[in-house]
Design a protein around this ligand. Structure first.
Ligand code: WQD
Length: 332
């Protein structure tokens, strides 16, 4: 069965492509490489022994997108492609709304035209805004505090309206918590260009002495030790969750949302201390003021994904901090 993976050369996309190939799906990737590197294709082939068809196209070019669908018998789509830097989205809202919404509209219109109506969409826990209670369930109120998060929420609305208009669609909306870690081969992992925004890649650059120290954004939150608490999920677990969601959309006709998290919240200080212990490396840090837009605490109630998808994250935080650092060491 042929599955199109948009953004399949990215961090989560490439790990999902590996899982798809290892589950004997045929994979076609469209990725404009704006936030990924072409050598990921070789890494995927090295891990799986299979090389997906790859098109370096931008989904905003509807004609090129249509060409790919005409050249393959695509039966389902996993849609990762999109810009995803929160801070950048605040500076460049039109870029984010144009890129993330037009690319998705193009994809949905072409899928409708050729009658391919099975879709897994990469959403984010950011659509829950600042939750009033924890753990977070899928029916909690939705709100966003930055353009990136708003693009994810608007696409969720588009998908729900599309299904209402045509219930022959089958759509799984996956709300990721905080993906970190790397493939056990250490051939795939997260290596953002420049100064990372996210905690784990920043810690790795401090541990490798590329950056001098970690700035911990606030220690006065109402949390176990005053620093921010998040639900970190290993990227391989997250990829496996996409296989479960694909199986769901192939066997049902509905639109539904699923939290992909572990259900466990760890603080920044807990993460730093465990990273140092597991990797036997120092991570100097300073406590500084809070980062604008951050929430205190966020972790998933994973029971609905377990019940509906049969998905449960298996790897723990030790696996995540080890794999993140080992990926760096293996790719210096
Ligand atoms: C985690 C914790 C920070 C960096 C973001 C996006 C979200 C999703 C995942 C796409 C927080 C603290 C961080 C640093 C720090 N991305 N921190 N120093 O903000 O939970 O979520 O990435 O879908 O949309 O918002 O992740 O890794 O940036 O922060 O103290 O240098 O680490 O305050 O408590 P976040 P993060």
């Amino acid at each position: 069965m042929q599955v199109l993976v948009t953004g399949g050369m990215g961090y989560i996309g490439s790990h999902t492509v590996v899982e798809l190939l290892e589950n004997n799906y045929e994979v076609i990737i469209i990725d404009n490489l704006v936030n990924s590197k072409i050598d990921v294709l070789d890494k995927i082939e090295k891990i799986t022994g299979k090389r997906p068809d790859f098109y370096p196209y931008d989904l905003c070019d509807k004609e090129l997108l249509k060409k790919v669908f005409m050249q393959h018998k695509i039966e389902a789509v996993i849609h990762f492609a999109g810009l995803k830097a929160v801070g950048e989205s605040v500076q460049k809202p039109l870029l984010y709304y144009h890129n993330n919404l037009i690319s998705t509209l193009n994809l949905l219109e072409v899928m409708k035209e050729i009658d391919c109506k099975k879709l897994v969409f990469s959403s984010s826990a950011t659509v829950y805004g600042s939750p009033k209670e924890l753990p977070i369930k899928e029916d909690f109120p939705l709100s966003t505090t930055n353009p990136y998060g708003s693009t994810k929420l608007f696409i969720e609305y588009m998908l729900k309206d599309l299904y209402q208009s045509d219930p022959t669609w089958s759509i799984a909306i996956l709300r990721y918590f905080n993906p970190i870690g790397a493939h056990p081969s250490y051939l795939l992992g997260e290596n953002p260009n420049g100064i990372p925004n996210n905690l784990m890649p920043y810690i790795v650059k401090v541990a490798s002495k590329e950056l001098d120290h970690l700035n911990i954004f606030g220690s006065d939150y109402p949390t176990k030790d005053g620093t921010g608490v998040r639900d970190y999920i290993h990227v391989v677990d997250l990829a496996k969750g996409h296989i479960k969601a694909l199986e769901k959309v192939l066997s049902t006709n509905k639109v539904d949302c699923y939290n992909l998290g572990t259900g466990i919240g760890y603080s920044v200080l807990e993460m730093v201390e465990l990273f140092k212990k597991v990797n036997q490396v120092d991570v100097p840090y300073q406590i500084v003021e809070r980062r604008a837009g951050d929430i205190a605490e966020c972790y998933a109630d994973p029971t609905y994904a377990q019940k509906e998808l049969g998905f449960t994250a298996e790897k723990n935080l030790e696996d995540m901090v080890r794999d993140s650092y080992q990926y760096f060491l293996h790719n210096q």
